[in-house]
Ligand binder design. Structure first.
Ligand SMILES: Nc1nc(=O)c2c([nH]1)NC[C@@H]1CN(c3ccc(C(=O)N[C@@H](CCC(=O)O)C(=O)O)cc3)C=[N+]21
Length: 281
């Protein structure tokens, strides 16, 4: 048996085409600003791909690149200017930030109505409370992949590996909202492999190359690999040992070409959503 490959790249392309068609009907261009401080390599690919995708879909997108020694006060001033700019619908502050800047301070400074990352505590709280708000892009992208692939989540045992504010926690909230029975496993979980083996839907978001082995996966399980890890030899691998998982899982997302492209498509989706909400269209 070999797993069905869930083609995030193709699903993302369809999502972006749909967004482009909607943007083309508007009397304005949704505005997105990405603020990048310094030159974290993990952010480089993302910023490039995002800029291209945004332009192709008709968004007014630009990256504001600040030097690595930017002070927290200077970054907060930049964010305040973008909050006040009526042409800006979405603001994304690239993470990680340099050590002199507190990420929480930067995240909290973004107007929740423009918080297209969905990282502001107001939006995290809305998600946890089951209220409408901006949802983090990667978990939102995962839900799209599952829906587009016809995977029935009602009553399913889902295991989320990782409890980060940007992926694990919001992922668990969304799966719970979709009627899964959700377990969040993490670095202090007593027997991670055993928890994973119980999963009908397994979402790996730990950022450790190929941590999830084939024998952690239940036969036929749906495996979503959120990890994007660069190995010393330059290869890009996920949090799941892909070749091993292929022989056991029922379906799996590849890396690259799985969740990553969905994150970018959902950033645009969030920006359009924020624009429509802000401008009362
Ligand atoms: N505020 C903030 N929000 C983020 O969402 C955010 C961030 N900061 N900092 C950096 C990480 C990283 N990230 C990626 C998204 C898509 C791909 C992506 O499209 N990857 C492709 C290609 C990868 C490649 O070819 O190198 C793929 O997986 O197929 C990669 C990485 C978003 N991040």
């Amino acid at each position: 048996m070999t797993a069905r490959i869930l083609d995030g790249k193709a699903i993302a392309a369809r999502l972006r085409a749909g967004l482009a068609a909607r943007v083309a009907t508007l009397s304005f261009q949704p505005g997105l600003r990405v603020v990048r401080v310094g030159d974290d390599p993990a952010s480089g690919v993302y910023v490039r791909n995002k800029d291209r995708a945004a332009a192709e879909a008709g968004f007014d997108s630009a990256t504001i690149h600040l030097p690595a020694d930017t002070t927290e006060a200077a970054l907060l001033a930049t964010i305040a200017r973008l909050n006040a700019d009526p042409a800006v619908d979405g603001i994304l502050v690239q993470l990680p930030l340099p050590a002199q800047i507190r990420a929480e301070a930067a995240i909290a400074a973004v107007d929740p109505a423009k918080d297209v990352d969905g990282f502001h505590p107001i939006n995290a709280g809305r998600l946890a409370a089951g209220q409408p708000g901006l949802v983090p892009c990667t978990p939102r992208g995962v839900m799209h992949i599952l829906a587009e692939s016809g995977i029935d989540l009602r009553g399913a045992r889902a295991v989320v590996l990782g409890r980060s504010q940007i992926v694990g926690r919001p992922m668990a909230q969304l799966l719970l909202g979709a009627d899964c029975t959700v377990t969040v496993a993490h670095s202090r979980t007593r027997d991670i492999a055993a928890e994973c083996r119980r999963a009908e839907v397994l979402v790996a978001a730990v950022g450790r190359a190929e941590m999830v082995r084939g024998d952690w996966i239940a036969p036929g399980a749906v495996v979503v690999d959120v990890g994007i890890n660069r190995l010393a030899d330059g290869r890009l691998v996920g949090d799941v040992a892909y070749a091993e998982a292929l022989t056991v899982a029922g379906a799996i997302t590849p890396v690259p070409g799985g969740v990553g492209p969905m994150t970018i498509a959902c950033l645009l989706e969030n920006t359009l959503e924020a624009a429509l909400a802000r401008r009362g269209t």
